[in-house]
Ligand binder design. Structure first.
Ligand code: FAD
Ligand code: UDP
Length: 369
């Protein structure tokens, strides 16, 4: 187990760093405890031949031109603008809440100005916005908060909106117009040949050696490298010396339905108030694949299991800062990614963080100096 740089994890964080370092001539060893590369963005064909995302729906979107250009070296793209409906009061209504949502929910036919007046009448301005509840009440008021946000959030996080940092609900805007896209980024695309292919191309380099089914904890004493890039949970790296960082997990229920071309009208339907799952995603919308059947996934949030989401709230951030202080003292170890930085990052943010991390590792190795 010898290399210039060892990288733990082959998701976006680990793969981007490995690719950058290999391109600069360093020998990189990538280890992942899973049997495949790609981390949570991994996709594959199910038994029926439909492309699915094993760890839940991954929709790529970014405003970062540099990030888009970088990934474009490894994939072609398929334009895709994600749409989400929320099942509320027996109706399927656009999410984020927009003009169509409000008119549909209340049987109104308000113009954009009318929607603005309606919202001004129901919103509860909050200054400052300290929690996700403040964000939603400030934006759309209590009734819409209770119908669209409170139940979903309770299921997803096992917490009330008032127990979560403002950034969680701030991911979802409010619109007075009819724009029913989930994201508004300049680039909204899916990798044409899928994520697994994108990762395979990224890591296909003579300087990169990949060891799958390999847990860092089992091999760390046998690793010989000048630098370590760690993308797993930071508390695990330090053997939980300051206590466990809470992560939210999910159980994915994948289902193939034969003889049905489309299961639902849009990529994702959210169920804020019914059932134990939060949402159903139908992959053919995301991938554009043609097939006589279709495949869906239901997401059931749970406390135990693989760490999928850091849980953004002040006490968790406080604990993370203790690990971060420790991490700062390491000269030969870099922590990057959603688990290692305990950040609710989207894929593009992880790519951005990994490109920056690769540059600092190169500096540390004295590259070009
Ligand atoms: P990961 O992808 O988690 O990779 C970490 C890797 O490290 C894993 O492969 C793991 O096996 C490995 N590892 C961990 N510990 C060890 C160890 N001890 N030894 C060896 N290997 C180890 N982002 C978007 O932009 N759009 C979306 O639509 C979107 N949807 C999402 C839906 C879900 C359900 C989830 C959970 C996330 C979603 N994301 C989405 C976020 C996206 O998954 C992450 O931003 C991104 O995949 C994180 O990359 P990463 O490399 O930091 O972590
Ligand atoms: N959210 C909600 N209702 C919805 C959609 C989102 O309450 O219909 C809240 C919920 O707290 C969720 C957060 O907004 O966890 C972020 O939603 P997003 O769709 O970005 O979550 P992700 O795709 O990362 O799971």
């Amino acid at each position: 187990m010898k290399a210039d740089v060892a990288v733990v994890g082959s998701g976006f964080a680990g793969s981007v760093v490995a690719e950058r370092l290999a391109a600069c001539g360093y020998r990189v060893l990538v280890v992942d405890k899973r049997p495949h590369i790609g981390g949570n963005a991994y996709d594959e064909k199910d038994a029926a031949g439909v492309t699915i995302h094993r760890y839940g729906p991954h929709i790529f979107h970014t405003n970062g031109q540099r990030i888009f250009d970088y990934l474009s070296k490894f994939t072609e793209w398929r334009p895709y603008e994600h749409k989400v409906l929320a099942n509320v009061d027996g109706k399927m209504l656009p999410m984020p809440i927009n003009r169509t949502t409000i008119n549909g929910l209340y049987g109104l036919s308000l113009t954009e100005d009318g929607i603005q007046q309606f919202i001004d009448g129901v919103r509860e301005p909050r200054h400052p916005k300290n929690t996700s509840e403040d964000v939603v009440l400030d934006s759309v008021g209590r009734q819409l908060c209770d119908k669209f946000f409170r139940g979903y959030t309770r299921k997803q996080w096992g917490l009330d909106l008032s127990d979560l940092s403002p950034g969680v609900a701030a991911r979802i805007p409010f619109r007075t117009n009819d724009d029913d896209r989930y994201f508004t980024d300049t680039h909204q695309v899916m990798p044409l040949a899928g994520y697994a292919t994108l990762f395979a191309r990224m890591l296909d380099h003579p300087n990169i050696c990949i060891e799958l089914n390999t847990d860092y904890q089992d091999i760390k004493n046998d690793l010989v490298s000048r630098h370590l890039v760690y993308t797993g949970p930071i508390d695990e790296y330090y053997e939980y010396r300051h206590g466990r960082l809470p992560y939210r997990s999910l159980r994915f229920e994948h289902l193939h339905v034969e003889g049905v071309e489309k299961y639902q009208p849009v990529g994702t339907v959210n169920y804020p108030n019914d059932f134990d799952f939060t949402r159903i995603t139908e992959f053919k919308h995301l991938t554009g694949q043609s097939h006589t059947g279709t495949s869906i996934v239901r997401e059931y949030p749970q406390a135990a299991g693989d760490p999928y989401y850091p849980i953004p709230r002040p006490e968790n951030e406080g604990l993370y800062q203790r690990y971060k202080e420790q991490a700062k003292m390491e000269r030969a170890v870099t922590f990057v990614g959603r688990l290692a930085q305990y950040r609710y990052y989207n894929m593009d943010q992880v790519v951005g963080a990994a490109l920056a991390a690769a540059e600092s590792v190169l500096k540390e190795l004295g590259h070009g100096g």
